[in-house]
Structure formats: structure tokens, C-alpha cells
Design a protein around this ligand. Structure first.
Ligand code: DGP
Length: 114
């Protein structure tokens, strides 16, 4: 499986502004923020895209989503609201092929997305 920049962040080979970590998940600030809060939540397990997720990843992905919701509450933007995005492959706009959730907050989001 191809190594990505996010695997290097997990292994601390390149720096990142890490905001949350446990044994199976990592969250860090996006290098190119699109909102006042823009954090990426990833499983440490290298699943390239959502389309590559398998049935045995179901609990991991559930915990990933719940970690996002927990982070939003702790950081104080849950009540106002926020957006969680997964870009899948080319037409989804994915550029890093290690499954991740964008968590965007701190401004009102538009719809539809570009
Ligand atoms: P996507 O386009 O959905 O694959 O999102 C990839 C995001 O990753 C993009 O918003 C920019 C961010 N990104 C790319 N390289 C790095 C990096 O080296 N460090 C951090 N913190 N974010 C990165």
C-alpha cells in the first residue's frame, strides 16, 4: 500500500499541529485551512479511500466519527454547528490517499459545495 504524507505524520517523520490522538486515530490542523477551524481526523490504519473501507473497518469508522463529535463539543463549536467532509477519489477532490475527515467550523458553510 502506498505511503502518504499522512503516514509520515502518524510516524512523526514530518511535523503537524496535532490536536488529538489515541491508539488508532490522529487529528491535526490542515496545512491549507478553509475555515477558522479546519482539522483532519484520520485512522492511523492506512485505508486509501472510503471506497476501500471494508466491513471490518465499520467500528473504527464509527469511532472516527464519534471522535469528531467529541472534539467539536470539547472545542465549543458543536452547538453552533460544523461540517464533516470526506473527499473520495478524483471527482470527490481527494488529493491525499489516506482516508480522512475534514472538520470545518467557525463560519457558516455554503451549499452546494464546489
Ligand atoms: P483531500 O484533498 O480531501 O485529500 O485533503 C487533503 C488535505 O490535506 C488538504 O486540505 C491539505 C492537507 N494537507 C496536505 N499535505 C499536508 C501536510 O503535510 N500537513 C497537513 N497538516 N495537511 C496537509
Amino acid at each position: 500500500m502506498a505511503d502518504t504524507i499522512f503516514d509520515k505524520i502518524v510516524r512523526r517523520e514530518i511535523p503537524a499541529d496535532i490536536v488529538y490522538e489515541n491508539d488508532e486515530l490522529l487529528a491535526f490542523r490542515d496545512l491549507n485551512p478553509q475555515a477558522p477551524v479546519h482539522v483532519l481526523f484520520i485512522p492511523k490504519k492506512a485505508i486509501p479511500t472510503l471506497d476501500d473501507a471494508a466491513p471490518e473497518d465499520a467500528a473504527l469508522l464509527g469511532r472516527l466519527l464519534l471522535a469528531v463529535a467529541d472534539y467539536a463539543r470539547r472545542e465549543g463549536f458543536a452547538e453552533q454547528g460544523y461540517r464533516v467532509v470526506n473527499n473520495c477519489r478524483e471527482y470527490g477532490g481527494q488529493t491525499v490517499y489516506h482516508l480522512h475527515l475534514h472538520v470545518l467550523a467557525g463560519r457558516r458553510m455554503g451549499w452546494p459545495p464546489g
